[in-house]
Design a protein around this ligand. Structure first.
Ligand code: GLU
Length: 278
């Protein structure tokens, strides 16, 4: 099968050195395999996505010397397709509407143990609500216990070609660790990243997902969604993260590391490649 990968940034801020590394690595791997490198704009977070950041993504990546086939897939143009998958999950009785606020969830969860930094797991308050009861503003959550029954007890394995050891929990273990994840948001009428990325990797026939190690822990849930929806599981390559001098992962707000800042300072694309170790 022809090697096909993608770089899938969200236009919610300037791309920084970490994004440059991710895009360059994915591009280099595609070129080495005589395959395809695609760009996808993950703009489902309508509250934070901005056209100016999208324009800057194109400018920064062109400056780095990258090319990709046009037209670029912009997720906000595909919401109807994501809805069709939510309908399918609803028909299989795997999702339910939820009106809980963050505060409700915190209040219903048992008190965290001292020294336990684990995030609060959704306690399942709305789990028995049928889809017919969906009200405007409700989120949609995946019923993990049902999902686990549907896919069976085998671990959620995937092939990883990066350095990290892939987690491969069973769906039951994943359920205990994360509770029922939100697949469609309620504050805005949109689908969550975790589902949109899975649907588009399949829609775009992506064979290799090259992305940062911060998404390694999300992958078993994405494998679960692939199994529920009858989609193929690509090969994953989770790469090291580019960190700042203090060892912290770079974030969009780290403007000092923005590619645009380096461009403005007159650094060459080649020097930037060297800076990220490529
Ligand atoms: N849109 C995600 C981000 O900006 C990346 C998703 C992915 O590569 O799977 O972090």
């Amino acid at each position: 099968m022809r090697y096909r990968t993608r770089f899938a940034p969200s236009p919610t801020g300037p791309l920084h050195l970490g994004h440059a590394y991710s895009a360059l690595l994915a591009h280099d791997m595609a070129v080495a395999a005589a395959g395809d490198f695609l760009l996808r704009i993950e703009d489902t977070d309508i509250a934070r996505a901005r056209p100016q950041w999208e324009t800057q993504i194109y400018d920064d990546l062109h400056w780095l010397g990258l090319t990709w086939p046009e037209p670029v897939l912009r997720q906000s143009d595909h919401l109807a397709r994501y809805d069709a998958s939510l309908d399918r999950l609803a028909a299989d009785d795997l999702i339910y509407p939820c009106s809980c606020t963050r505060a409700d969830i915190r209040a219903a969860a048992s008190a965290p143990q001292e020294g336990d930094p684990a995030p609060i797991v959704y306690p399942g308050t709305c789990r028995t609500r049928p889809m017919a009861d969906r009200r405007p503003g409700d989120a949609l959550r995946l019923n993990m216990a049902r999902a686990a029954r549907a896919v069976g007890p085998a671990p959620l394995r995937f092939r990883e070609t990066g350095a990290a050891t892939p987690p491969c929990p069973t769906a039951m273990e994943l359920t205990a660790a994360m509770g029922d994840p939100v697949l469609a948001r309620k504050d805005i009428e949109t689908v969550s990243y975790v589902l949109a990325a899975v649907l588009d990797d399949a829609f775009q026939s992506i064979t290799q997902v090259v992305r940062g190690a911060d998404l390694l822990e999300t992958t078993p849930l994405q494998v679960l969604l692939q199994r529920l929806l009858g989609l193929p599981t690509p090969i994953y390559h989770h790469h090291r993260l580019i960190r700042d001098a203090a060892g912290k992962r770079l974030a969009k707000r780290d403007d000092a590391r923005a590619i645009a800042r380096y461009r403005a300072d007159g650094i060459t694309p080649q020097a930037l490649r060297t800076m990220v170790g490529l």
